[in-house]
Design a protein around this ligand. Structure first.
Ligand SMILES: C[S@@+](CC[C@H](N)C(=O)[O-])C[C@H]1O[C@@H](n2cnc3c(N)ncnc32)[C@H](O)[C@@H]1O
Length: 355
């Protein structure tokens, strides 16, 4: 919520109720203009704690709603907008899969709904230090959790790496279980999780293990739950980065086909613990091999589509280039012009819903 202000709820509701009894558009406009100006003058910052009869609201949202009432041509139309605003202040409407209040959907500026994500800057707050080569930016799990989970639900991340998903779980009050093949990476991720203040109601942990073979219900049960409500998969993009020398590491798969087989096993294991109707997100990019573009993203997407889920969205996200590649920008441009290809600038987030 941007530019939130603190208002006294009963007073605002009373003002709105009084507006309902106005019988001419001219008078209504004057009264709404007066109320709107008063709200616009309300200070944005708040220092003291919110009292019982007070509440937080986006100044932009409230001002916009009042402006719409003010601009209505008929008293009936104005009454409709007024009732809608009253409802948004007195009742909550949420979908079964998240905490977004649909009565106040205009306030969620942060939540993305388009399929093209241009995320400019990595969020480096809240314990994220980007020490791990091959991590994703925190905004990815954050967006997914805001859309597909409620507070207190469980997120499973079978390729946990540095624990980016898990840190976001803490910040958003969700529970998270991460599985990571490399013990040293898991250990460092665990200490990052302890570096930020815990959330009172969330359990967030990382286990060492091979996600191609793991029965995720066991570690989940140990934490007191039978299932997860969101799965976030961020596997190696095959062998673009070799994460370890371990045979079971997906980045060491001998061929694209073998990589997809291993990924399929992780998807199977994940779907076993994912609740029906809930979501699985796969974050992956393509690769280049012997002067040929390998559409790893779409191949991986097909692998998931063979399972019991439907494809809900394909998100294309701008790719955060490594510093090395950025420095070699001119060289890559030359190579692209000479070699007849385009330089990678995007990756995918495939979003599936379990049937
Ligand atoms: C792309 S990285 C994930 C990065 C993570 N999202 C982050 O922000 O740090 C993929 C991770 O999968 C791990 N991995 C590879 N094969 C695995 C397997 N079979 N089971 C569990 N983890 C595996 C790698 O060690 C690596 O840390």
């Amino acid at each position: 919520m941007n530019h939130t202000i603190v208002l006294v709820k009963p007073a605002l509701l009373k003002s709105l109720q009084n507006l309902q009894s106005v019988s001419t558009v001219v008078v209504l406009r004057r009264k709404v203009r007066f109320l709107r100006n008063r709200i616009l003058r309300t200070s944005v910052s708040r220092k003291s704690p919110i009292r019982k009869n007070q509440f937080l609201i986006s100044k932009q949202f409230l001002s916009g709603e009042l402006e719409q009432i003010q601009q209505s041509r008929t008293i009936e139309r104005a009454g409709y907008y007024l009732s809608r605003l009253q409802k948004s202040l007195t009742s909550v409407k949420t979908a079964a899969i998240n905490d977004l209040n649909l009565r106040r959907w205009k306030e969620y500026d942060e939540v993305l709904t388009d399929s093209l994500w241009i995320l400019k800057k990595r969020d480096s707050s809240g314990g994220h230090s980007a020490w791990y080569w091959g991590n994703f930016i925190p905004q990815i799990p954050r967006q997914l959790m805001l859309r597909y989970t409620k507070k207190g639900e469980w997120i499973l991340d079978p390729f946990a790496g540095s624990g980016t998903t898990l840190l976001e779980c803490i910040r958003l009050g969700r529970n998270g279980l991460g599985i990571e093949l490399s013990p040293s990476v898991a250990k460092r991720a665990q200490s990052a999780l302890h570096s930020i203040p815990p959330h009172a109601n969330s359990t967030v942990e990382i286990d060492v293990g091979d996600s191609t073979k793991m029965d995720f219900s066991k570690p989940l049960k140990r934490r007191g739950t039978d299932s997860a409500q969101l799965v976030i998969l961020h596997p190696p993009y095959h062998d673009i980065i070799r994460f370890s020398k371990r045979r079971t590491d997906l980045s060491n798969a001998g061929s694209t086909r073998h990589f997809l087989e291993l990924l399929g096993k992780v998807v199977d294991n994940s779907l076993k613990v994912l609740d029906r109707g809930r979501f699985l997100a796969l974050v992956i990019g393509d690769k280049y091999n012997k002067r040929e573009w390998i559409p790893l993203g779409f191949l991986a997407m097909n692998e998931v589509m063979k399972r019991d889920c439907i494809l809900k969205s394909i998100v294309v996200k701008n790719f955060d280039q490594t510093t090395g590649k950025r420095k070699q920008g001119a060289l890559w441009r030359y190579r692209a012009l000479a070699g007849g290809f385009y330089v990678f600038k995007h990756e995918y987030i495939f979003i599936f819903q379990k049937k």
